[in-house]
Design a protein around this ligand. Structure first.
Ligand code: B12
Ligand code: SF4
Length: 445
């Protein structure tokens, strides 16, 4: 059996998805399967590939498609010549339209080709994808066991029928297999396989677990990975050794799951294992703010190779923080954590959101005051995001409760704070004036 996974435009340059590497190692360990990954996005450089919102608009991608029809035809020819048993599209929102256009072109050539969509945007908008005639099945959530079942079904019957975790169509009717139980013990998964991925250059993605234990009101992560699960320190350490053996020229690991500072006991144990070894590797982490860890653990993390942490700080207004569901730490906790990281030698970058519902210039000022107080301890502030309502987030589902003047989720999705752009522009102007960098540490974006 041959499985071809496609990453269509537009995904960020050099994206090396941890999820596809997991699918590859899992499927090839379980079945005799040729697993191919084509990152088509690499083949058409897009100058503004970070502008995810722009590429989520169908008209923008249609214009791009019209300019590059020849390339889309060439891809279709290659896919047909490759003749895979399953054509899988790994879809992030920015790649939605190109994936749908290309799938349509394949189906036009051969209706019997099995086309499966999966990836983050399918978890969030799966019902929409399965209504498209060129899509035979949509996998929501993690893909390993669902894709394995699909593979077995296609081998036996040549098509995909109802399965847990999968949406399929019977004529016009959508059959929803419900959400598949998530893999309980992540240590049972084989290590992700990055072989042959041209985007694996300077750093190797590393997932410490899946999902996030918090429930920020603006976030929709819990739709994609529903239950937070951590890997064991020993399992992560073994993977680091394994990847180092496979790719000895790469010594930097970048974090590939939503939130790195969740299980402090595991982090501490991982540091002990790394310190007892001499792997000469470094790590970067994403994390929410937290009342923990303490200075001792941060110092140990630094010695073990954790060089920088990107914190989602979002706001320093206690009122807006509460509205965002971030009551689990205080502004003082955040201040202490930033300074402790600095004192431990860990570079801190902070990301903020401006223009949350109900945010006033006074709330904004509290954030600016916070940055000013802590500017000597902050490496950079790469993102001052203007708030947008995410599909399936709590804000979208319960808009009035979050200060919007509507009960309608569709209207909520369009909502923008009238001062958000002005706040972001002002913030950049102020923080640049203080000499705070707005680009992340080298090698981190
Ligand atoms: C870690 C992460 C990143 C890392 C990527 C790490 C890596 N190397 O893979 C980095 C920092 C690079 C990143 C960047 C971005 N991210 Co991000 N990221 C995440 C995060 C926090 C976790 C993803 C995760 O758990 N990965 C772990 C692996 C195991 O899961 P996975 O990659 O999804 O793969 C599994 C399934 O999706 C499925 N699957 C994947 N492909 C396929 C294909 C088929 C055929 C099948 C059947 C299954 C399948 O199986 C995989 C294994 O179980 C999520 C939030 C969340 N909790 O979901 C946001 C998230 C995925 N990111 C998002 C966005 C928007 C971005 C950016 C565009 C942000 C920006 N403006 O720059 C960029 C650019 C990415 C791009 N496509 O170009 C959005 C996606 C929105 C959407 N609707 O598509 C999310 C959901 C966050 C959010 N709430 O907005 N991100
Ligand atoms: S901490 Fe980050 S990943 Fe977790 S719910 Fe909040 S925004 Fe989402």
């Amino acid at each position: 059996m041959k499985v071809l996974i496609l990453l269509s435009p537009v995904v960020a340059r050099n994206l090396c998805p941890v999820g596809i590497a997991y699918l590859k190692s899992f499927l090839t360990a379980k079945r005799d399967v040729e697993f191919l990954v084509w990152n088509l996005s690499n083949e058409i450089p897009v100058p503004n590939d970070e502008a995810g919102g722009y590429w989520m608009q169908r008209d923008n991608m249609l214009q791009f498609y019209n300019q590059h029809q020849e390339k889309f035809r060439e891809w279709t020819d290659r896919i047909m010549a490759c003749d895979p048993d399953i054509i899988g599209f790994s879809v992030w929102a920015s790649a939605k339209w190109a994936s749908l256009f290309l799938a349509g072109m394949v189906k036009e050539r051969d209706k019997s080709k099995v086309i499966v969509f999966g990836g983050p945007d399918c978890s969030i908008d799966g019902e929409d994808y399965i209504r498209q005639p060129q899509v035979d099945a949509v996998v929501r959530g993690e893909g390993e066991t669902a894709l394995l079942d699909i593979l077995d079904q296609v081998r036996a019957t040549g098509k995909v029928g109802p399965l847990p975790g999968v949406l399929v169509r019977d004529g016009e009717r959508v059959i929803d297999g419900g959400w598949r139980p998530e893999i309980a013990n992540l240590d049972e998964l084989p290590f992700p396989d990055y072989s042959g991925n041209p985007n694996l250059k300077d750093e190797i993605p590393l997932a410490l677990g899946r999902g996030c234990m918090w429930r920020c009101r603006f976030c929709n992560c819990h739709v994609h990975m529903r239950r937070p699960r951590r890997r064991s320190a020993r399992g992560i350490y073994n993977e680091i050794r394994h990847q180092k053996e496979r790719f000895p020229e790469i010594s930097r690991f970048c974090h590939g799951d939503p939130n790195g500072i969740q299980d402090l006991e595991m982090l501490s144990e991982l540091c002990d294992l790394l310190l007892a070894d001499d792997l000469k590797v470094t790590f970067s982490l994403w994390s929410s703010m937290s009342p923990r860890p303490d200075l001792a653990l941060l110092k140990k993390m630094k010695r073990a190779g954790f060089g920088c942490i990107s914190f989602g700080m979002q706001t320093a207004s206690p009122r807006i923080k509460r509205a965002q569901g971030l009551a689990y730490y205080s502004v003082e906790d955040a201040e202490r954590l930033i300074r402790d990281c600095f004192n431990a030698g860990i570079e801190v970058t902070l990301n903020f959101i401006v223009g949350f519902p109900g945010e006033t210039w006074d709330d904004f000022q509290q954030t600016m005051d916070f940055i000013k107080r802590n500017k000597d301890y902050i490496h950079s502030i790469p993102f001052m995001h203007t708030f947008v309502v995410l599909h399936k987030s709590w804000v979208e589902r319960f808009p009035r409760k979050h200060g919007l003047d509507t009960d309608d989720p569709a209207t909520a999705l369009q909502w923008r704070h009238p001062e958000a752009e002005a706040m972001a522009a002002k913030a950049y102007e102020i923080i640049k004036g203080w000499g705070v960098r707005i680009e992340p540490p080298q090698g981190r974006d």
